[in-house]
Design a protein around this ligand. Structure first.
Ligand code: GDP
Length: 434
């Protein structure tokens, strides 16, 4: 999937364009806390082709002066993207900062599409001419506030995008990644999981620029660790910023079936852990919560139970995720991890037949009648599973508005009681059908 980055001065409407293009990808309403709203990285689709979009402006690097910030943004885009959208403000003309960025981009040999924002109507098209002098060919007029010109812009982006497909593994292979804030032990855990095999199995080089995939087989099951942590520390300023690591985590999450949310058992849970976990939840991946550094925790027979309770309180939105306690350092309890990963990968792919599903729904409705609103009662005609990874169920109902959140939650719980969906989110969607 091509990666597209937007570069441009602050306040020229980059995030408006970003939001217009990506839209609200979270189609399933979710009131659980921890779901990320503030994004700089997203996946969009244009004429059935997917792409990743980065708003480089969202990665602030301290209080650096504008030109330095712009340089970092341009570097980030050059490093990460296949195509760069260079955005300028049509109403202000070319500024010194624009020229600086233009120079950097020019030397990068990356395909660049010049977008001139704030061209809100046809009469303003005369503003475009001066931008030819930047040397990126035809400028594309766009309007973030009116949503104009984006189709032509994306056509051009795809015309320039390389035909490149990420390496695809066989579908029985379980791809997983480890995410978590710095120093929780992701690299250590990766090494302990791979153990000696790290040196025996050579990495598949160049599958993506920013992750090293290491395949291995354990007890007859093939796995691939998608390791982004090992790719850090190249010394660029932006790489130390939290939002950059979030972006990296998001890329790894997308390519995973299972995501391990790694916590530091010694330090406990902080806000950043929840943000990271929210990304995995939002992406609909199977999730295992891993409490690392368990060797360093002073414990009695209640410590594990207490920690699990704390995790349940703090990560309400991950109520389906199993918790594994271990130590990457001593490898204690490490052997419990892969079986759990395998289990949640299976539930993530589980398919329930329509007849069995409908039996469960009918029983659920018999035990707890559907809600009414303004004198009208929700009527569920039938249910069917329409997708896996994550399992997604469609309920055909008289009026989707009547499926209130609490009843949806009730149905989810009943489905979880009837079938093992440990470790996977499940989505329930109502559609109208009389
Ligand atoms: P990352 O940033 O998440 O990849 O974390 P690292 O793997 O670099 O680990 C950060 C620090 O925690 C290092 O000093 C590790 O030695 C230490 N560490 C990692 N796992 C464990 C563990 O299980 N127990 C203890 N006591 N320390 C650990």
């Amino acid at each position: 999937i091509p990666v597209v980055a937007i570069v441009g001065r602050p306040n020229i409407g980059k995030s408006t364009i970003f939001n217009r293009i990506i839209g609200d990808r979270v189609s399933i309403v979710d009131d659980k806390p921890g779901v990320t709203r503030d994004r700089i990285y997203g996946t969009g689709e244009w004429l059935n082709r997917k792409f990743h979009l980065i708003d480089t402006g969202g990665i602030e690097v301290g209080d650096e002066p504008l030109l330095v910030q712009m340089r970092h943004q341009a570097e980030l885009a050059i490093d990460e993207a296949d195509v760069i959208i260079f955005m300028v403000n049509g109403r202000e003309g070319i500024t010194a900062a624009d020229e600086e960025v233009a120079n950097l981009l020019f030397r990068s040999n990356k395909p660049i599409v010049l977008a001139v924002n704030k061209v809100d109507n046809f009469e303003m098209r005369d503003l475009m001419y001066e931008f030819y002098s930047l040397g990126f060919g035809d400028p594309f007029p766009i309007s973030g506030t009116h949503g104009l010109g984006l189709g032509d812009l994306l056509d051009q982006v795809f015309a320039l995008a390389p035909e490149k497909d990420e390496y695809e593994y066989n579908e029985d292979v379980i791809q997983f990644s480890l995410i978590g804030r710095p120093n929780v032990g992701k690299s250590s855990l990766t090494n302990s999981i791979l153990g000696e095999e790290r040196v025996i199995v050579s990495n598949i080089a160049g599958t993506t620029r920013d992750a090293i995939d290491t395949p291995f087989t354990r007890d007859g099951q093939e796995y691939v660790i998608i390791d982004t942590a090992g790719m850090r520390k190249r010394g660029k300023v932006y790489e130390s910023t939290e939002r950059y690591s979030v972006m990296r985590a998001q890329k790894a999450i997308e390519r995973s079936n299972v995501v391990l949310v790694v916590l530091d058992g010694e330090e406990g849970i902080i806000e950043q852990d929840k943000r990271v976990a929210g990304l995995a939840h939002e992406a609909g991946k199977a999730i295992v919560i891993v409490v690392n550094k368990w060797d360093a925790v002073e414990k009695d027979d209640k410590t594990m139970k207490k920690m699990e309770e704390k995790i349940r309180q703090e990560f309400l939105f991950l109520d389906y995720a199993p918790v594994v306690f271990l130590s990457a350092l001593t490898s204690k309890r490490l052997q419990t991890l892969l079986p759990v990963i395998k289990q949640v990968a299976e539930t993530h792919r589980r398919r329930i037949s329509t007849s069995v599903l409908n039996d469960v729904i009918v029983d659920a409705v018999a035990m707890n009648p559907t809600p009414t609103d303004k004198g009208q009662r929700l009527k569920i005609n039938y249910a069917t599973q329409v997708a896996i990874e994550p399992p997604t169920f469609v309920l055909f109902v008289n009026d989707p508005e009547l499926l209130h959140f609490s009843y949806k939650r009730y149905l989810e719980n009943q489905i979880r009681k009837a079938f093992d969906f440990t470790g996977t989110p499940i989505h329930i969607v109502a559609r109208q059908k009389n």
